[in-house]
Design a protein. Structure first.
Length: 390
């Protein structure tokens, strides 16, 4: 039996189809009801160090002897050496030790947000979907910051080992006069010989900077490493689009002029970009070896988004348990696009000079509030907002 047709509904749908341009979704995008404050992107830590899922039964997971916690016992390759011998001689003897280091686990958790059923019903967008979408991104912000802290620890520890304890700051002026030398940290070509004083003004990245940074991996003393991936923020990456034909040739210059650089590799290296300039600060570029030459990003409990109801009240938050550790500190190198010294304990100081502009912001500061609708002055107008003059 043929079902009756709801004419009114049918006609409305028909007219809606006629009004909808090609390529536009017929159903209204609920998210379009929100004015977004930022572009949310996936964490770059997970791209550079894909998480390794572990459980209590994982072979390397050990229980701490003094506390009710566990840790991951990571192993590092053991090296030896060969030698020339008399035809009836033997090589030197050495006991083979398994080299290892522990990686502790810790929790990352968002703020606990509370609301009530009335407020949720009054919202014009789906509250639960917004929470499920945003909370994992907030977790990954902290993951990315943690990776940056590890990268900084790696490069400065190696610099300290190789450069006699770096009793002076790594600045362009100290580099020129030979007080410091480039090992795990290098200055960009545009600031390497800058005699305009040590500061934290950000220069444009040069086409020679990535190869110059990459040659620190094989090094000069037999380090025998290889750089693979460049981590850069969008602020510094846009400097590539300023390269001209006399520097990079007509073909690449034409592409940069028309559509900007969009290929996944440049100068033979993979480039990972991020818009998180509060974490990867402008002026800092890192090159990393592949994961097997670095360490581990461990995931013991994956991100959990929780929504609890207490009567008409709701509480929402997200959390996870991870660990991160590097066994090979020489698998990371850093390029600085400024003349000043960000060397721990030997920072460039002076009037108007602030080293914090090139260091990751705190966890409470990595999200910048861009909206102004909540900032009202005593008269009820938006604070700092000038109304149209005409």
């Amino acid at each position: 039996m043929e079902l009756p047709i709801d004419a009114a509904n049918f006609n409305d749908l028909f007219l809606q189809r006629l009004r909808t341009p090609d390529g536009v979704k017929e159903a209204e995008d609920v998210q379009s009801r929100l004015v977004r404050q930022r572009v949310w992107e996936d964490g770059f830590a997970r791209k550079l160090l894909p998480p390794k899922d572990i459980t209590r039964d994982t072979q390397e997971v050990q229980e701490d002897l003094k506390t009710d916690t566990i840790y991951y016992l990571a192993h590092v390759e053991t090296l030896g050496h060969a030698m020339s011998c008399n035809i009836r001689g033997n090589g030197e003897a050495e006991i083979w030790y398994s080299r290892k280091f522990p990686i502790g686990l810790h929790k990352i958790e968002t703020m606990h947000h509370t609301t009530d059923e009335y407020t949720i019903r009054a919202m014009s967008y789906p509250y639960s979907k917004e929470v499920e979408r945003k909370f994992p991104a907030l977790i990954q912000l902290v993951e990315d910051r943690e990776l940056l802290v590890h990268l900084e620890a790696c490069v400065w520890q190696v610099q300290k080992w190789e450069d006699s304890g770096y009793t002076s700051g790594f600045s362009s002026s100290n580099l020129v006069d030979g007080t410091v030398h480039e090992y795990s940290v290098v200055k960009a070509e545009n600031v390497r010989n800058d005699d305009d004083g040590d500061n934290f003004r950000i220069a444009l990245i040069n086409k020679n900077d990535a190869p110059y940074l990459a040659r620190q991996f094989p090094g000069t003393q037999g380090e025998s490493m290889e750089g693979e991936t460049v981590l850069i923020n969008e602020y510094d990456f846009q400097g590539i689009n300023t390269w001209v034909a006399t520097e990079v040739g007509n073909d690449l210059a034409g592409q940069l002029t028309v559509e900007g650089f969009k290929k996944p590799t440049l100068a033979g290296y993979k480039w990972v970009k991020t818009n998180k300039t509060s974490i990867l600060r402008p002026g800092n570029v890192y090159m990393l070896s592949s994961q097997q030459f670095l360490g581990f990003f461990l995931r013991f409990i994956d991100t959990q988004v929780v929504m609890e109801r207490y009567g008409d009240k709701f509480e929402t938050w997200a959390w996870e348990v991870i660990g991160m550790g590097f066994g090979n500190l020489r698998g990371v190198k850093k390029l600085e696009l400024y003349t000043g010294s960000a060397t721990p304990d030997y920072e460039t100081t002076g009037e108007g000079i602030d080293v914090t502009t090139v260091r990751p912001k705190s966890e409470l500061e990595i999200l910048k509030e861009n909206a102004i609708v909540d900032h009202l002055d005593s008269t009820g107008n938006i604070d700092g907002y000038l109304p149209p003059l005409y």
